[in-house]
Ligand binder design. Structure first.
Ligand SMILES: *[C@@H]1O[C@H](CO)[C@@H](O)[C@H](O)[C@H]1NC(C)=O
Ligand SMILES: *[C@@H]1O[C@H](CO)[C@@H](O)[C@H](O)[C@H]1NC(C)=O
Ligand SMILES: *[C@@H]1O[C@H](CO)[C@@H](O)[C@H](O)[C@H]1NC(C)=O
Ligand SMILES: *[C@@H]1O[C@H](CO)[C@@H](O)[C@H](O)[C@H]1NC(C)=O
Length: 613
């Protein structure tokens, strides 16, 4: 009996010590962290992305509000919300899904209050003092003449719905999907004859319009660089255009055509003086647009899809879908490149004006936010869940606030402590250590002297020989490259529920190659069903005495239709003693099924042996 009491007592004492320790742990953690937890609302229920969050001084009183364009359920209840402190003070319904929100000063009225611009569908919805103020629709695109004729005939009842559908389907073979109107796409998805007839009847008296969809929105200062100077609105569209729109008169000032669909646009400069726009596109390329030329130029080609692009002074920093984090000059030269430990979900920039530095915040799939100053990791913030959207700036009267909307819908607000020091470790002063070491230079040998004499006498001939060999090598490289290009195939999936296309190109001369897999979900886009291909993995079948492949298994993200995704694989030819060549088979399989969806044989080029120096 006594023994039992003693053990119980011990348990009690131990557990109270334990409780004390954990709370001290918490304090300790808080003390070492650079951030104060200001607010956490686990049931806020937000569904939004970084492009749909902004801070704005809506009343012109220095008290900055948080503006969130909420996607609701993804189909219903889209709203724009304004938060002050921890509560929502205003809420307006949106008619369509928002793609971006930005605040813009539109006039010179005092006190200086910005309007809020929400991009949604093909329109810009402008709010002033959070009241609906103006709706601007982007210019309509030209309708295909053949398509217009067909609809005309159907409206005059010279064409029954079935023939109309056939004719439109026929037209679709010779024109890309994006050149048709939304009405045609909706019509072709109707399967039932009665519904089709109803659809034609319903639309009889409405004009046939081809609208575009806005993919991103940002601003450019008009003629002055002050924080509250008048800005123009810049939008990118699904039809590969970039528009600059005057925010006073709402007229397009300039429009550009580019080679792919822009998803993030960043601008530097002033519209009236000179500017440069960097448009990160869905094909993994970044295009530069300039004031005085309507031509776009590719400036950077990346190996994977772009998740985030931030500009810090003259550098562009990218977080890609393949977990790389890299920095380029605006002329397209890579400066550094890092591998992140988990998938990137969102990025934001931390512009700390008081301390005069800018850092990039990267939200990762493991619930961390990493803070990078240049390529140095200066802080890791642990959130309560995966971050879906991040925004850093002035909130309320607090200058350095980080707002994170988590995947669970929670809202987490943190404040950077004034004592936080983010040292820039790369600013290492003085010459590198190795410069101080004395080199052990050998004495001049007879062989060296002979070579020098030969070079002096027969220099021209030696140079010509060298040039000849170099040309031969270039030819051989070009031939191998061509062979590599030709040997890539584009096998297709025969499964109608998951149509996929895989192609591969091999880069390099060996023993290390880079294989670039391009995977496309070729399902037709439909309105109600996103047709995402999920749960796919790529495996490789190869001879392990000849090659080693990294990574062995590629887990694919959800693949949306009509976008090509690129994935890079590193292949090392380990049979170094002889020139080796073999075929590698890439298989796309779905989790839980036995039969692969796509198999592709990729014949590798001959590898150069390892050169032993
Ligand atoms: C939309 O919001 C309203 C009120 O907030 C709610 O009653 C309704 O159920 C919501 N609709 C959906 C589809 O969630
Ligand atoms: C460009 O990006 C930087 C940081 O990524 C940001 O501070 C700036 O506001 C952006 N400019 C525009 C016009 O979007
Ligand atoms: C230079 O070339 C000539 C003819 O090819 C040869 O005879 C001569 O030995 C060479 N000189 C040296 C220093 O190798
Ligand atoms: C790929 O190669 C294997 C043998 O290496 C062969 O059995 C298979 O039929 C080939 N597949 C294709 C799609 O060519």
């Amino acid at each position: 009996m006594v023994a039992i009491y003693i053990t119980l007592l011990q348990v009690f004492i131990l557990s109270s010590i334990y409780i004390k320790m954990t709370s001290e742990d918490q304090d300790e953690k808080e003390k070492h962290s650079n951030w104060l937890n200001a607010h956490y609302d686990p049931v806020a229920g937000f569904y939004t992305f970084s492009t749909c969050i902004t801070f704005a001084d809506l009343n012109g009183d220095g008290d900055h509000k948080l503006v969130i364009a909420d996607l609701g359920t993804g189909l219903y209840n889209m709203t724009i919300k304004v938060l002050k402190g921890t509560s929502i003070i205003q809420e307006n319904t949106l008619l369509d899904l928002p793609t971006g929100v930005t605040s813009v000063y539109m006039d010179l009225a005092e006190p200086r209050t910005p309007g809020v611009v929400v991009a949604s569908g093909s329109g810009l919805f402008v709010y002033k003092s959070m009241r609906p103020y103006y709706k601007y629709n982007l210019p309509l695109l030209p309708v295909l003449p053949e398509e217009a004729v067909l609809w005309d005939q159907a409206n005059n009842e010279n064409l029954d719905p079935l023939t109309l559908a056939e004719a439109l389907d026929g037209l679709k073979k010779s024109h890309p999907t994006s050149s048709f109107t939304a009405r045609t796409s909706h019509f072709l998805q109707i399967e039932n004859d009665a519904d089709a007839r109803q659809f034609v009847d319903d639309h009889k008296h409405k004009p046939l319009k081809r609208e575009t969809v806005i993919t991103c929105v940002t601003t450019i200062k008009k003629s002055m660089a002050e924080d509250d100077a008048i800005s123009c609105i810049v939008v990118g569209t699904e039809h590969k255009q970039v528009y600059i729109i005057d925010s006073e008169a709402f007229t397009p000032l300039q429009d550009y055509e580019i080679a792919s669909v822009p998803v993030i646009v960043n601008v530097s400069g002033l519209f009236d003086v000179d500017f440069r726009m960097f448009a990160a596109c869905r094909d993994g390329c970044v295009y530069v647009l300039k004031k005085d030329s309507l031509q776009s130029r590719v400036c950077i080609e990346l190996d994977s899809s772009i998740v985030g692009m931030e500009r810090i002074h003259k550098h562009l920093i990218f977080a890609l879908a393949d977990k790389t984090f890299s920095c380029y000059t605006t002329r397209g030269k890579q400066i550094w490149n890092l591998q992140l430990p988990a998938d990137v979900l969102c990025t934001a920039v931390m512009d700390h004006r008081a301390k005069g530095f800018k850092a990039v915040l990267v939200g990762l799939d493991n619930s961390e936010v990493r803070v990078y100053r240049e390529k140095n990791l200066v802080d890791i913030i642990k959130l309560n869940d995966r971050p879906q959207a991040l925004c850093f700036g002035r909130y309320g009267r607090e200058d350095s606030t980080l707002v994170a909307v988590l995947a669970s819908g929670a809202l987490q607000v943190m404040i950077l402590k004034r004592t936080a020091e983010y040292a820039d470790h790369s600013s290492h002063k003085g010459p590198p250590m190795s410069q101080k070491m004395k080199l052990n230079i050998p004495k001049k040998t007879q062989l060296f002297v002979d070579q020098t004499v030969r070079e002096r006498e027969n220099g021209t001939k030696m140079f010509q020989n060298f040039q000849h060999d170099l040309q031969l090598m270039r030819l051989s490289v070009a031939q191998t490259y061509l062979k590599g290009l030709q040997s890539s195939m584009t096998p297709l999936s025969d499964d109608p529920s998951m149509p996929l296309k895989l192609s591969a190109t091999v880069r390099g001369i060996g023993p290390v190659f880079q294989m670039l897999l391009t995977i496309e979900n070729t399902a037709a886009i439909s309105l109600n069903d996103p047709k995402l291909a999920t749960g796919l993995i790529v495996l490789f079948k190869y001879s392990d005495t000849i090659y080693s492949i990294k990574p062995l298994v590629l887990e694919l993200p959800a693949l949306a239709p009509e976008i090509s995704y690129k994935f890079a694989v590193r292949i090392h030819c380990i049979a170094s003693d002889r020139p080796a060549q073999d075929t590698i088979t890439a298989l796309i399989v779905k989790r839980g099924t036995k039969k692969p969806l796509v198999t592709a044989n990729i014949s590798m080029p001959v590898s150069e042996g390892v050169i032993v120096v």
